[in-house]
Design a protein around this ligand. Sequence first.
Ligand code: NAD
Ligand code: UDP
Length: 310
Amino acid sequence: MRVLITGAAGFLGSHLADRLLADGYEVVGMDNFITGSPDNIAHLTGHPGWSFHRHDVTNFIYVAGPLDGVLHFASPASPRDYLELPIQTLKVGSLGTHKALGLALAKQARFLIASTSEVYGDPLVHPQPEAYWGNVNPVGPRGVYDEAKRFAEAMTMAYHRFHGVDTRIVRIFNTYGPRMRPRDGRVVSNFIVQALLGEPLTVYGDGGQSRSFCYVDDLVDGIVRLFERGTAEPTNIGNPVEFTVRQLAGEVLRQTGSASRIVQEPLPVDDPKVRQPDITRARSLLGWEPKVPLAEGLERTIAYFRTKVA
Ligand code: NAD
Ligand code: UDP
């Protein structure tokens, strides 16, 4: 099996490349480093199954030779990144998805799109099953990401229905782990870095909003199962154990032993108040569920960040 991963130098793309190479796949990585880093894939240099192309996937994608799969992970993913890169985010979700689907069609390859829990917006149904259509503000600042991903899902289904491409849609819920950028703005990386440096932990709003955090190894395992034996129906992959942002801050302070204070900052516009995946489909279809509890995943992630910032 030979697959292309777009966004391969990012947090998730690089872990997915590691896993697929370990499983015996040949992996072609592609990235333009807009939010990713060569450091995330440096260890793969010289691996016989690995090759890499620096390329912006909003332009025509050329890959020589056969491909059995195209896994489209390229996109800014942290709210801070996509608010700073609104046009690039819209382009990679729309034009990039179109190019990646065109490549999958030409190569008769299976296609998987990395979608997101953000397609549910600020959800009015809790927890969120795949059948929920969401509550998204198209013209708010987060619309650039949410609508790009919703368009990407629609385009994926069109290639499935019209061209018969074998497709997968994974709706990824908040995932954390080693190789997140220390200053990418996401809550887990922010809190850990702030705690390790003795800076105040920045809780946005009153910290009562919730998220459900999935450790990266669990997520990658769910994605590989979906790719190998899933269906075209969108599938939530995430850890359903829900925490408030304030609880997360407390756990990070406890585990790091940091004396940092907690400070309150304004809540970003349209910040979802709750988020928890309903993973009934992944459980029954893929026999998948997350195994790494937050305390254990944080321990591994804190150990990584100590080597980066402390
Ligand atoms: P990331 O920013 O670490 O990785 C994204 C990668 O895509 C980066 O390496 C970036 O350089 C690359 N990229 C962006 N635009 C590109 C372009 N036009 N051409 C080529 N490469 C491009 O983010 P991540 O957390 O690894 O997210 C990966 C994917 O998973 C994204 O599609 C994101 O929307 C999705 N996702 C992630 C999460 C999460 O919690 N991490 C949650 C939901 C969805
Ligand atoms: N958040 C926070 N402090 C930070 C970063 C984020 O309180 O330093 C909050 C943010 O407002 C949101 C939650 O943590 O309610 C998760 O934010 P993140 O950017 O990680 O991802 P999101 O789930 O919003 O896409």
